[in-house]
Write a protein that binds this ligand. Sequence first.
Ligand SMILES: [Zn+2]
Length: 294
Amino acid sequence: MEETPSRESLPELETPGPGLVRPVPFWRKRLLNLSVVAALILLGIRFQHDLNAERLLRENDRLHRSLEVALEDVSSLRQSVDSLHELDREIRQIAKLDPIPKEVRRMGVGGALYEASLPGIGSQAIGELEQLQRETDLLRASLSRARDLVAAQMDEMRRMPSIVPVASGERTSNYGYRLDPFTNEWRMHEGVDFQADVGTPVLAPADGVVVEAGRDGNYGILVKLDHGGGLQTLFCHLSRLRVDVGDRITRGDHIGDVGNTGRSTAAHLHYEVHRNGRAVNPDPYILSELAELD
Ligand SMILES: [Zn+2]
């Protein structure tokens, strides 16, 4: 009888599987699994990479188009700023301000700050925007200066005596030495006379403030206006006052009526212009052409 070796005594052998295929060792299985996982991960990464690349390309394309649109906007902004420069030149000429040299208007080239970090059309757009910003700052300052100057000039013009100060009347006596009608002696006549009917309106020749409104022995009923800048006007021999001291007056306002009060031989308006406290020839302050315009 053959002795059957007991199971316990047999050496540990790899038991061939069905069909005589040797079983895959555990470590190889693990390796295989890892390889599959690694391959999947690589595939995933590659896929993701492709997706990212595609997304970046699309994004880049979109940004590029946006920048092109921005450049077109900047270009039309440049045209607007250039036309403002032209307007500023004309306004400065009207305001009698010195012209701004071309190189000061341009004030160098912008964009250097962004040149390194944002190449291409991006830097071009931002550089031009910086330039435009500097130019609009200059334009704002220039136009403000011109506006202030024109406003001051207009104010000065409003306060400059310039019209015939009586509604209707004829000039009968000029500024200068003349024979005094009372004493028949040569004497300085410090104003001009306009013959007019009693009650004819006397008009303010410029904007100002009433500093005197009353009666004087020689001048009769009188009004004195202060126009600022050392200029005052005096209206004498009135029959009636139409203003009070302190009133603010606009050119053309009715300030009194022609009369024959004080040292006067007939109804007329005696008109004086004072500069820095002294009577001066009123002729340069009576501009008939302005009177027609007013
Ligand atoms: Zn007079």
